[in-house]
Ligand binder design. Structure first.
Ligand SMILES: O=C(O)CCC(=O)C(=O)O
Length: 291
């Protein structure tokens, strides 16, 4: 009689239990899971302290305005004080739940990887950034990365965006617009959301160091920044499943080489594997890496 075998499926994880700085990883709460699945996005107001946000701001401006003043291992917006954001204990817990895969997670490495990021600096001038994109990701197939899947009691958010508002955002100032629930939408968008003032758009506010997490399977858009006294300064980072990478750019080798080992595991090669030893993607080294 043949033994029935269960197909290996994606399994979220609470491992590792500490981040690269030795801080306890905070598991995603039931409220956060419910809200993220329901809406496709979640806000963590004031996740960072004001001092942390200020140090990151200073680094980002230095990187943008005088990159050559920084040593090669700090010459990236996610280097220096910003590297702690890569695997902040709260984010590590949420990302492990949303896109971590238990068979490739250990106390030494994360079950997910960093994909890419960029710095958003937006003032009141320039082209109108209103440009809705995404949505309906529950109907996309793997390979697209902009996918959203769920079964009773668990979800998988493919490409997952983590936005850190370093200057903070106030109501109506012009933070990202989010079309709540559109990651599960079965119909094309209509004229009901053709402009930034549609009541269907939602947004958020919070002090410097607030974080927005959304599935890239969700329809979202930029919109005009309205505060002439303070620009929008945000870090837009994306994380992905261990077997997927969406954008071609990433973090320079010198910066990755200077990170602590567990943080380096966010930059390991793009594959999964199975079993033991080097057949399963649970290690980072000179060869098994992607930026
Ligand atoms: O401009 C924004 O606020 C959102 C940008 C964005 O989502 C994107 O570049 O895909």
């Amino acid at each position: 009689m043949e033994t029935e075998t269960k197909p290996e499926t994606w399994t979220s994880t609470c491992v590792p239990s500490t981040n690269a700085d030795g801080l306890p990883v905070v598991p995603m709460t039931d409220d956060q899971k419910y809200i993220f699945d329901l809406k496709g996005w979640l806000v963590l107001p004031g996740l960072l302290t004001l001092d942390q946000a200020a140090a990151m701001r200073e680094h980002v401006y230095k990187f943008q305005n005088e990159p050559q003043s920084l040593p090669a291992d700090k010459r990236h917006f996610m280097a220096g004080p910003c590297e702690a954001l890569l695997d902040h204990p709260v984010l590590a817990g949420i990302l492990s739940e949303l896109l971590g895969h238990a068979p490739v997670a250990s106390e030494d490495c994360y079950g997910f990887r960093y994909d890419h990021g960029f710095v958003m600096r937006r003032g009141t001038q320039g082209a109108d950034p209103f440009s809705p994109h995404g949505g309906g990701g529950i109907h996309a197939l793997i390979g697209n990365s902009h996918i959203y899947q769920h079964q009773w009691g668990k979800v998988h958010s493919g490409l997952t965006r983590v936005v850190c508002e370093l200057n903070g955002v106030e109501e109506g100032e012009g933070a990202t617009l989010l079309l709540t629930g559109s990651h599960k939408a079965a119909f094309p968008r209509t004229a009901a959301v053709s402009g930034p003032d549609s009541k269907l758009w939602e947004s958020y506010s919070g002090p410097p160091g607030s974080v927005l997490i959304f599935t890239e399977a969700l329809c979202h858009s930029g919109r005009r920044w309205t505060n002439p006294n303070r620009e929008r300064l945000a870090l837009f980072n994306c994380y992905n499943a261990i077997c997927s990478k969406w954008a071609p750019h990433g973090v320079p080798k010198e910066v990755i080489d200077a990170l602590p080992p567990k943080r380096q595991s966010l930059f390991r090669g793009v594959w999964t594997g199975a079993g033991e030893g080097k057949g399963v993607n649970k290690y980072f080294d000179e060869v098994n890496r992607a930026y």
